[in-house]
Design a protein around this ligand. Sequence first.
Ligand code: UDP
Ligand code: MG
Length: 151
Amino acid sequence: MSTTERTYIMIKPDGVQRNLVGKIIARFEERGYKLIALKMTQATPEHLEKHYADLKGKPFFPGLIKYMASGPVVCMVWQGLDAVKTGRVMLGATNPLASPIGSIRGDFCLAVGRNICHGSDSVESAEKEIALWFPDGVVQWTSALEGWVFE
Ligand code: UDP
Ligand code: MG
């Protein structure tokens, strides 16, 4: 576990349409994670098929790609201690109804097919997803708070 672990977090088209961008960003900022890449884009189905390549063949795959391509998404890389696993805890379970209150999905959504956010499920997939969405790399910067967030 390192303080430079990175995760790829994405606000899905429903999260953008429902004006939840600021709230989702605030949770990661307030927890102590550092934002090292950020953009808004409307992804093509081809790009999304690469992002979700592991799910190709699942019955919900075509609907998932259509939903994800239906509007802009907000793409982010957050860095900090245990970013991947803790990022997933902050998002909640895939099914929002199984997500604890206090998690993003547990507080803001109800349906698995409209679960407003994505988070990498392992350090390995995080690195792949960061390269896919931010081919030009991330922004390295020193936060003045670092000594107050980490020992
Ligand atoms: N999904 C869906 N129906 C399902 C399972 C997943 O619509 O039965 C969608 C949902 O938006 C989910 C995404 O496909 O977030 C990716 O699925 P995964 O199992 O990777 O869940 P996640 O990692 O997003 O929690
Ligand atoms: Mg996943």
